[in-house]
Design a protein around this ligand. Sequence first.
Ligand code: NI
Length: 392
Amino acid sequence: MLARIQELGVTLAPRLIEIRRHIHSHPELSGQEHQTAAYVAGVLAFCGIRATEGVGKTGVIGELKGSSNESRWLAIRTDMDALPIQERTNLEFASKNQGVMHACGHDIHTTVGLGTAMILSQLEEKLSGHVRFLFQPAEEIAQGARWMIADGVMKDVEAILGLHVFPTIPGGSVGIRHGALTAAADDLELIVMGESGHGARPHEAIDAIWIASQIITTLQQAISRTQNPLRPVVLTIGQISGGRASNVIADRVKLSGTVRSLHPETHEKLPAWIEQIVASVCQTYGAKYELNYKRGVPGVQNDPKLTQLLEAAALEALGRSQVQILPEPSLGAEDFSMYLEHAPGTMFRLGVGLKDQPNYPLHHPQFEVDESAIITGVVTLAYATWQYWKQN
Ligand code: NI
């Protein structure tokens, strides 16, 4: 079966590169993926796969039925949105939409999803289970997965696979990560309220600026002294404002920041832990506060069994030298984690690094990829899906 999948991959390669270039030159922002969605649905329908548009607002699902009578689904998730960046590559298929660019490789992801659907739909021997392809919108604003799930895409899904391109891994290779892949990312907004007064008479006022600085210092020290160092937490206060004049004690300071963590248990406890520190510092010095802690997306925790299966499939399909085992997670965020609240899953990194050319990072206006990665991604996902339904 692997040989058949690889053969189909080679045959489909020119068509997939064409598809990728079309998507690349017509990028659309998060939540506005109307043309991309219509294009994706068109390609799916052409391959005889039932496609539904308007799922998760501007998302699309494609459903490929296997031979089973049971409603058991494996999902493959790819994302379709682009970024508000003006492309500065010299590619002949560069973005035609002013100020919008596929600088995070979601054009590759979408193409890999389509290619995997094409291959799996052409196998003579049917899969035993069903495969649902999720073409998700709005990943960059961490909303699309929520929208898709609200529209029922995880119904009867028992496992989910996903991928993201990675420029520091060479094209032709993949990166497999056991355990945590990305961090949970939350936001906080804090208002510290004191009492105004004369700058020369601090004892008659409650200095919100000084208390805010105590809160920041205490939080940073508390991370180092009370959080398990093997379960990292990063707190960054990125904005602070308050005060009216140099000789007036400020009665109000606003702070906002981002909180990243890797361990689910730590993530769970962070809001209460932060509030306790804020409350105790404020209480000590007589200030009041308003804390608005906004849960963002959880971290991606790759499922051990599925990651094992994916690794084995990649090793067999690509060879040992093309499969890297990633030693570290990233503190970036990815809303693939939202699906993992409904079914176990695993996400891998698809190498797109170019040989003998500078490799710009994701979200860079000169970001380019090695297009051969499309076939690497397609063969890996198609074979892993085949193996999943053979084993389960
Ligand atoms: Ni991305």
